[in-house]
Design a protein around this ligand. Structure first.
Ligand SMILES: Nc1ncnc2c1ncn2[C@@H]1O[C@H](COP(=O)(O)OP(=O)(O)OP(=O)(O)O)[C@@H](O)[C@H]1O
Ligand SMILES: [Mg+2]
Length: 242
């Protein structure tokens, strides 16, 4: 049976009272003004909202990449703020995959090497890491581009390399910032099918920031981030359900 949000199930991600400002004095902007959010195992949560509204900031906070000013974030029961920086990085590497809005590929590495990076960080042997990276590239439709450098790939192909890199170590929490922004309709659908498959695993979950209404139906719930707050969370009606 599919694991889904109910009051009895602990959240995989539990954010409470998240406040984050940038800048100081007159130029200070409070981007997150008290965010409460739960993400449950077995779900794909969509996060939508106006440009500049703080979606990327929230994802970075959940990933423990960005320090917050106030609030608490637990990921799989671990309070991120209590972990020293080194342990947080290790925890992130073991449990999370992150697809950045800017793809952040390493320009001197081939597609396969880029995808293998998370495995190499986890101390996998290089041939095994590259083998798994090529399998993952194949799944995103880039089996024939494994030896290309990022500069010789199109924007959409680079995005798919970044997606393969985020998926390769089978993270329990997958965080995706506009994963289909550079993709055409069919490739966007294909990627969302992959992400939904991850989200449907009973011990994994996916957060997807998107502006792309063509992919909304892949989500289980949609949270709307406006003016620094989650102003609504709605369950998305799945095709074929009443
Ligand atoms: N490092 C930073 N220093 C100063 N301001 C920042 C920083 N990072 C983000 N901001 C500001 O925080 C606000 C929210 O940015 P964020 O990138 O989270 O928005 P977003 O919702 O992801 O927007 P988009 O949909 O355009 O990607 C913006 O006004 C931005 O200028
Ligand atoms: Mg953003």
């Amino acid at each position: 049976m599919k694991a889904m949000s109910d009051d009895t199930q602990p959240a995989a991600v539990r954010a409470r009272g998240i406040v984050k400002s940038f800048g100081t004095g007159d130029t200070q902007v409070t981007v997150l003004k008290g965010i409460d959010l739960d993400v449950y195992l077995g779900e794909l949560l969509l996060l939508v909202g106006e440009s500049g509204g703080g979606k990327t900031t929230l994802l970075s906070a959940i990933a423990g990449i960005l320090d917050i000013d106030e609030g608490d974030i637990d990921v799989f029961g671990v309070p991120l703020s209590t972990l020293p920086a080194g342990k947080r990085t290790t925890f992130r590497g073991q449990t999370m995959g992150f697809i950045y809005q800017q793809f952040n590929l390493l320009p001197v590495l081939t597609a396969a090497e880029n995808v293998a990076v998370p495995l190499l960080i986890q101390k996998a042997a290089r041939p095994e890491a590259l083998h798994r990276a090529r399998i993952m590239l194949d799944r995103v439709g880039l089996g024939d581009r494994a030896e290309f450098l990022p500069k010789n790939l199109s924007g959409g192909q680079q995005q798919r390399v970044a997606i393969a890199r985020a998926l390769v170590n089978e993270p329990r929490l997958l965080i995706c910032d506009e994963p289909t922004a550079a993709l055409d309709g069919p490739n966007g659908q294909k990627i969302m099918e992959l992400l939904r498959e991850v989200g449907r695993s009973p011990d994994r979950c996916v957060i997807v920031v998107t502006h792309d209404s063509r992919i909304f139906h892949f989500g289980d719930r949609m949270a709307n981030l406006t003016d620094g707050r989650i102003v609504g969370i709605e369950r998305i009606k799945q095709e074929g359900t009443a």
